[in-house]
Design a protein around this ligand. Structure first.
Ligand SMILES: Nc1ncnc2c1ncn2[C@@H]1O[C@H](COP(=O)(O)OP(=O)(O)OP(=O)(O)O)[C@@H](O)[C@H]1O
Ligand SMILES: [Mg+2]
Length: 391
């Protein structure tokens, strides 16, 4: 059943001409490709992964992001079968794989280190797994040819892998994994060793390739922007747990915790008190040194609760407050020209710091300049303050 699914999606390659748009968006049929149920792994007293539940859709590009040591690699290695879970269950397309040996899982992994065979050509590196499966020569040539085209390395099949650049080696590693037509491809910081420009180019390629082959990708990175660029959904991990799971837009615009608000993009945090609750998650709140606002927030905040108001730097504009805009008088204490935007650090008269980010400042800005800044009420997002109960 599942073999057929993978073959059908890879078969599309032979026809080519298929564009990423031609592939129905996730979820394709609502059936999860991967289910992690209560998955946990401890090392002594340390819970590297502390009970996570995730469903990844068929043909979804799913990313696990989070700071160093939060348990991303351990999660991936459990799915690959390289680390035994202490508790929980792993299913791929409905089959329980928790105790299945790694080479028997319909799963492949691309690591940060390319791990190619240095003495073999590009062709033989990609063909390696097919030869191990005793596939006929004609089919090997055809499948390797498809992969070379997919990763843009046609004409390089005779090169020794050591004669390739880092980016090219990583594309061979990707081709070598995909040629086996896994149901799920796991990628652990595969672009981590590359410079920024090459990283960006390969992000675009990886995204295209995933949409084209329609195989479920589970991608691990500590780079939020990289994950946002490629993924249908992301899970943000902290200390072995999932803090939040959703689309990039969802986690950026509606972070459920201060940790998530901080991890995905820059954010300004201000202390606030909830005054009243209206319908649809709209609150009346008093923000310290700013005043009364009517703004959206997480569900289940209650009047009197200490809260935290989040404002993204790009929402702040150098214009005076008005009825539906909150604002404050501030002084520029740091200014950096970053090409596509100008980044400012402001200090309010109460001594709080605010980050502001402007794409095209109309007038020249200078350190020391004092002005009024403001942001719309609906660009505010209210959260429970860390350590406060939500209800
Ligand atoms: N084999 C091991 N023995 C003991 N502790 C381990 C082992 N593997 C991982 N850990 C611990 O488990 C935690 C999670 O590690 P993991 O490698 O999964 O993190 P990560 O999110 O991939 O981090 P990074 O971004 O640095 O790669 C860490 O505290 C780590 O020290
Ligand atoms: Mg890791």
């Amino acid at each position: 059943m599942t073999e057929g699914t993978a073959d059908a999606s890879m078969g599309a390659l032979a026809g080519r001409g298929i564009t990423p748009d031609a592939i129905p968006p996730f979820p394709r049929d609502g059936r999860p490709a991967v289910r992690l149920i209560g998955l946990r792994r401890t090392y002594g007293d340390v819970a590297a992964v502390d009970g996570i539940d995730i469903e990844v859709g068929d043909a979804e590009f799913f990313s696990l992001i989070g700071p160093s040591g939060c348990g991303k690699t351990t999660t991936l290695r459990m799915i690959a079968g390289l680390v035994e879970p202490s508790e929980g269950r792993i299913e791929v397309h409905g089959r329980d794989l928790t105790h299945v040996r790694p080479h028997r899982r319909p799963v492949n992994t691309v690591f940060q280190q390319y791990a190619l065979f240095p003495h073999l050509s590009v062709f033989e590196n990609i063909a390696f797994g097919l030869r191990e499966r005793h596939m006929g020569r004609a089919e090997i040539v055809q499948r390797v040819g498809e992969m070379l085209e997919l990763v843009g390395l046609e004409g390089r099949e005779r090169y020794k892998s050591t004669h390739l650049s880092g980016g090219q080696q990583q594309r061979v590693a990707l081709a070598r994994s995909l040629v086996l037509r896994p149901e799920v491809l796991l990628l652990d910081e595969p672009l981590g060793a590359l410079d920024l420009k090459l990283r960006k180019a390969l992000q675009l390629q990886l995204k295209r390739i995933q949409r084209e082959v329609g195989i479920t990708f589970i991608y691990v990175t500590h780079d939020q922007e990289e994950a946002f660029f490629m993924s249908h959904r992301v899970a943000i991990m902290s200390d072995g747990r999932i803090e939040q799971l959703g689309t990039p837009r969802d986690v950026y615009e509606h972070p459920q915790t201060e940790f998530v608000a901080d991890f995905v993009g820059a954010s300004n945090r201000m202390a606030a008190t909830i005054v009243a609750c209206h319908e649809n998650g709209i609150y009346e709140a008093d923000i310290d040194d700013i005043g009364r606002v009517r703004a959206p927030g997480v569900s289940a905040l209650h009047p009197g609760q200490d809260a935290c108001a989040i404002v993204r730097p790009e929402a702040i504009l150098p214009q005076p407050p008005e009825p539906a805009r909150a604002g404050v008088s501030a002084r520029i204490v740091d200014l950096a020209y970053l090409g596509h935007h100008v980044s400012c650090v402001l200090e309010t008269s109460a001594g709080a710091q605010l980050a502001m980010r402007m794409t095209q400042p109309r007038s020249a800005l200078a350190v020391g300049q004092q002005f009024e800044v403001s942001w719309p009420f609906d660009a505010i997002w209210l959260l429970a303050r860390a350590g406060e109960a939500g209800g």
